[in-house]
Design a protein around this ligand. Structure first.
Ligand code: CLF
Ligand code: SF4
Length: 515
C-alpha cells in the first residue's frame, strides 16, 4: 500500500503560496494499479487506457454514476458568447440551468471546498469547472484552481467544460495539467443554424454577430476538439436539443464530432421555462418530449456512445448526479469546517464501493443467463423510484422523478429520467398530480417502488402500468431484470400477452450548465 499524507484545510494557501512540496504526496490514482481502485468489468469496445479514465467518472460511465460523485467549483463567472437558452441573472436553489450558482469562488476558496468535500464524500472522484460562465473565458482562475487541486488531492480527476471558443489557445495547457476530461458544448456544425442559437460572441477583442459569429465559433470548436483528441484527452460533446432549430441537425453534429474523435455525445433537452428569462423561453420555444429526446439519442447511438444520464447540473453542484449538497459546503461553513483529507480513507472507501458494484454486475449477469428463451424478441420499459445508491428505495408518493430502463435479453439499459410532480403533497392536491405521473410513465410496463398507497396503485394498474413493491431496496439492474424474467414467465404461462406501450407525453426537465 502506498503511503498517504493527511492534508489539513489550513495548509491550503490563501494567496499564491508555493504548492510544489505538497504535490509530492502522490497517492493511488483512479487508474488503480492492481485493480484496487477500480477494476470494473471493461466493456469490449474500450481500451484499458480509456477504461481507466472513465470507470469511476460519474458522467462518462453510466454504471459509475450510481456509485461515484462529482463536484463543480464555480470559479469562472465571465462568458464570451451568448446562447439563447442561457440567462445567468437569477439564482434559485431548486433549479438547474446554465450559468446559475449561489456563490462564486476564488481558486483558493475552491480548493478548500474540494478538500472539505473530498473528506466528507469519499466517493467524490471528479472535480469539474463548468461555469457559471465559460471555464476558458476565465483561464487564470480555472487553471490556478486545477493546479491547486492536483497538488493537494492528486487522486481526484479534473474535468473542464467549455463552449470551445478559446479551446485551440489552451489545449496544451489542458494537456500539461493532465485534465483528462473535456466537455465542449456543440449545438451546430452549420453557421446558418448557429445564428439562431448564438446572437453574438466576443473574440479577439471585438464583438461578432450573426452568421459570422457562428462561423468563428464552429471553426474554433472543431479545431479545439481535433487538437484535444490528438493529445489523448477524452472529449465529451454536449448538445442542447432545441426543437425546430437544431433537432434533426444534431445527427450531423454527431457525425462531425465522432469523425474528430469525441468519445461521448450527451444530447440534452432545452430548458425553456419563461420565468428563467432566456430568449428561447420568452419566445415560447418548447423543450423536446421524453420520446423525442430518446428517438434522437437512439438515432445517434448507432454512430457513437451516447450519454443519457445527464442531470444538467448547476455550476456549483456537489454530490451524486441528481443530488445537490452544495448548501452543506457554503464558503462560510468550509472556512470553519474541522476536516482533513485522508487519501487512504478515500481509497479504501472507493474500493468498497467498487466491490459492491462488481457484486451487482455478477448478479445481473447470472440473471441474464437464466432468462427464458422467449426473451429474444421482447423489450419493455420499467420505471424505478430511487433516492440514490443505485437501489429501488423510494416511496412512490415521494418521487419527483423516475429512472426509466429499457430491459431486454441484452440487459437493463438506462434511457432517461422523467421528472414529475410529487404525488404526496401532504394530503393536498394528491390526486391532481397522478394523471401527470401516469402520462410521464405511459410508455413503461411497470414502476418499481419501495412502497405505494392503495389509490395510486389502483390508478396505475388501470392505466396498464404494473405497480411493483416486491423489489424494494434491491439494486436497480438486478431488480428490473428480475421483473422482466417474471414478465416473460407470465407470457409463457398464458397469463398475459405482451404489448408495446404508448409514448410518454411529458416534457423533459431543464437544461443547465455548459458541462
Ligand atoms: Fe461536471 Fe460535466 Fe465534468 Fe460531469 S457534469 S464538468 S462532465 S463532472 Fe455530467 Fe452534470 Fe451532465 Fe455535465 S451530469 S451537466 S454531463
Ligand atoms: Fe455562456 Fe454557457 Fe451561458 Fe452559453 S450556456 S452563454 S456558454 S454560460
Amino acid at each position: 500500500m502506498q503511503s498517504s499524507k493527511v492534508i489539513r484545510l489550513h495548509e491550503i494557501p490563501s494567496g499564491n503560496a508555493e504548492i510544489a512540496g505538497i504535490a509530492s504526496s502522490q497517492l493511488c490514482t483512479s487508474s488503480g494499479t492492481g485493480g484496487n481502485c477500480g477494476g470494473g468489468k471493461r466493456p469490449d469496445n474500450l481500451s484499458p487506457e480509456v477504461w481507466d479514465k472513465v470507470k469511476n467518472h460519474p458522467c462518462y460511465s453510466e454504471s459509475a454514476h450510481h456509485h461515484f460523485a462529482r463536484m463543480h467549483v464555480a470559479v469562472a463567472p465571465a462568458c464570451n458568447i451568448q446562447c439563447n437558452y442561457c440567462n445567468r441573472k437569477y439564482d434559485c436553489s431548486n433549479e438547474s440551468r446554465p450559468g446559475v450558482v449561489s456563490e462564486r469562488l476564488t481558486p483558493e476558496q475552491a480548493a478548500k471546498k474540494v478538500m472539505a468535500v473530498a473528506s466528507r464524500i469519499p466517493q467524490m472522484t471528479v472535480v469539474g469547472i463548468a461555469g457559471p460562465g465559460d471555464a476558458l473565458a476565465n483561464p487564470e482562475k480555472t487553471f490556478r484552481t486545477f493546479e491547486l487541486i492536483s497538488a493537494f488531492a492528486p487522486d481526484i480527476k479534473l474535468c473542464l467544460s467549455t463552449n470551445g471558443l478559446l479551446l485551440p489557445e489552451y489545449v496544451d495547457r489542458i494537456a500539461t495539467l493532465t485534465i483528462e476530461h473535456v466537455t465542449i458544448t456543440i449545438n451546430m456544425v452549420d453557421p446558418e443554424i448557429g445564428q439562431h442559437i448564438y446572437p453574438w460572441i466576443f473574440f479577439q477583442h471585438r464583438r461578432w454577430e450573426g452568421i459570422e459569429a457562428s462561423r468563428i465559433l464552429h471553426q474554433q470548436q472543431m479545431k479545439g476538439l481535433e487538437m484535444l483528441t490528438e493529445r489523448g484527452v477524452l472529449c465529451k460533446v454536449n448538445s442542447v436539443m432545441i426543437p425546430g432549430i437544431n433537432d434533426r441537425h444534431l445527427i450531423e453534429v454527431n457525425k462531425a464530432v465522432k469523425e474528430r474523435g469525441a468519445f461521448l455525445h450527451n444530447i440534452m433537452p432545452l430548458i425553456s421555462e419563461p420565468e428563467h428569462g432566456t430568449v428561447f423561453g420568452l419566445r415560447g420555444l418548447r423543450g423536446p418530449s421524453a420520446q423525442e429526446l430518446k428517438a434522437l439519442q437512439d438515432e445517434c447511438e448507432g454512430e457513437m456512445n451516447v450519454m443519457r444520464h445527464c442531470r444538467q447540473c448547476r455550476a456549483d453542484a456537489v454530490g451524486m448526479l441528481g443530488e445537490d449538497r452544495s448548501a452543506e459546503f457554503a464558503t462560510e461553513k468550509v472556512e470553519t469546517m474541522a476536516v482533513a483529507y485522508d487519501a487512504d480513507v478515500r481509497r479504501r472507501y472507493q474500493q468498497l464501493v467498487e466491490r459492491q458494484r462488481q457484486n451487482k454486475l455478477a448478479e445481473t449477469q447470472a440473471q441474464l443467463e437464466h432468462l427464458p428463451s422467449t426473451a429474444q424478441d421482447i423489450r419493455i420499459q420499467v420505471a424505478v423510484a430511487s433516492k440514490g445508491d443505485g437501489k429501488v428505495n423510494q416511496h412512490f408518493g415521494h418521487a419527483n422523478e423516475f429512472q426509466v430502463y429499457e430491459v431486454s435479453a441484452s440487459g437493463a439499459k438506462f434511457i432517461g429520467h422523467r421528472r414529475v410532480d410529487l404525488y404526496c403533497q401532504g394530503g393536498y392536491d394528491d390526486e391532481e398530480a397522478l394523471p401527470t405521473i401516469i402520462r410521464a410513465l405511459n410508455d413503461c410496463h411497470a414502476v418499481l417502488v419501495a412502497k405505494i398507497g392503495a389509490c395510486p396503485k389502483s390508478e396505475l394498474a388501470k392505466a396498464g402500468i404494473d405497480p411493483v413493491e416486491g423489489h424494494a431496496f434491491e439494486f436497480i439492474e438486478p431488480a428490473v431484470i428480475a421483473y422482466f424474467s417474471a414478465y416473460l414467465q407470465k407470457i409463457a404461462a398464458g397469463e398475459i400477452v405482451h404489448a408495446e406501450r404508448g409514448d410518454a407525453q411529458i416534457r423533459q426537465g431543464a437544461y443547465t450548465s455548459a458541462a
